[in-house]
Design a protein around this ligand. Structure first.
Ligand code: ADE
Length: 249
């Protein structure tokens, strides 16, 4: 059984996963990253904070594959909603991912990844279905117990939606209604974040299956940074650990 690379976009998510790992693992520091290698819910894993932005995340993913033999990569994190129908606490399981800031026109069409000839990279269908089932189980069976009651009330997490859809990644934190409306008109995506499509490209180039779940932390508008900070602190790590436990345990 090959190593599962698990990347989180928040240090809080990584701490929650590392705490759940079996005793006897080791941590390897390289390139400002700590790779936590060992067993988690019966699987060989290497767990690491992606760091933020496409370059950082691609570098971390490459290291997971080249140095730790990751045979698949799972990514968890938060995202800003691009689809106005989504609310804080909803979960997007990535169907396909786009680099919203890729623009090599007029040499290549907007958003096409140069030399790969693709615009969207699809996630692995088997891992995606498992992640989707895990996210649904987490929401239906565990969220109410796992998340602090005051946070459930504050973010109105009574029954979050779980959807499969497009995710756009790029080196930009969206905090303007105008910007997110324009992005949503340009790309068929549910949410925006800063790493997923970079990791997907590395996985695509290495033939490594990739899947990702993103929890909506904000609506990518003028209030984004306020919701984002509070959500990370109280909720994001609980979601990440809960969803991955449903998938792997
Ligand atoms: N990750 C979480 N919220 C985000 C936002 N509004 N923009 C980009 N990445 C995010």
């Amino acid at each position: 059984m090959s190593v599962i690379g698990i990347m989180g976009a928040m240090t809080e998510e990584i701490s929650a996963l590392v705490e759940a790992m079996e005793p006897g693992g080791r941590s390897v520091r390289a390139g400002l990253r700590d790779y936590h290698v060992g067993r988690l819910w019966g699987h060989e894993v290497a767990v690491v904070f992606s760091r933020w932005g496409k370059v950082a995340a691609a570098t971390t993913a490459t290291h997971l594959i080249a140095e730790f033999g990751a045979g698949s990569i799972l990514f968890t994190g938060v995202a800003g909603a691009a689809n106005p129908g989504l609310r804080v606490g909803d979960i997007v399981v990535a169907g396909e991912v786009y680099q919203h800031d890729m623009d090599a026109r007029p040499i290549f069409p907007r958003h096409e990844i140069p030399l790969l000839g693709v615009t969207a990279i699809e996630t692995d269908s088997v891992l995606r279905e498992r992640l989707l089932a895990a996210a649904r189980s987490f929401v239906a069976e565990h969220l109410a117990n796992d998340v602090r009651p005051d946070a459930v009330l504050r973010f109105n997490l009574a029954r979050p939606a779980v959807v499969v859809g497009g995710v756009a990644s790029g080196d930009k934190f969206f905090a303007s209604s105008d910007d997110i409306v324009k992005l949503h008109a340009r790309l068929p995506v549910e949410c925006v974040e800063m790493e997923g499509a970079a990791v997907a490209q590395v996985c695509y180039e290495h033939g490594v299956p990739f899947a990702m779940a993103r929890t909506i932390s904000d609506t990518a508008d003028e209030t984004a940074h306020i919701d984002f900070m509070a959500f990370i602190k109280d909720v994001a790590s609980v979601y990440a650990r809960g969803i991955l436990r449903m998938m792997l345990a």
